[in-house]
Design a protein. Structure first.
Length: 87
């Protein structure tokens, strides 16, 4: 039973950036989950929603740290990639 949970929303100015971040992170769903925590990620236009369920507060903190780091890396990558776009 998962007795702790957190839901975070990440809003982007551009739906394209939200889609790129979502695509980068969503592939990890199910790969990182374990017996102590699980995560879901959804996108509705320019908003990503990350939901984490955990058996205890330590597992919740660890899962949130992991997923927030993955989202941060994806965000920074899209920002860097955007600097080199032509057109």
């Amino acid at each position: 039973m998962f007795s702790h949970d957190a839901t975070l929303e990440f809003a982007y100015e551009e739906e394209t950036r939200a889609r790129v971040v979502y695509d980068a992170v969503a592939r990890e769903i199910g790969e990182i989950d374990d017996e102590r925590s699980r995560a879901r990620i959804d996108r509705d236009g320019p908003v990503l929603t990350l939901a984490v369920d955990a058996r205890d507060r330590t597992a919740l903190r660890a899962a949130l740290n992991t997923w927030c780091t993955l989202i941060d890396v994806a965000e920074r990558s899209t920002a860097l990639g955007g600097r080199f776009e032509t057109g």
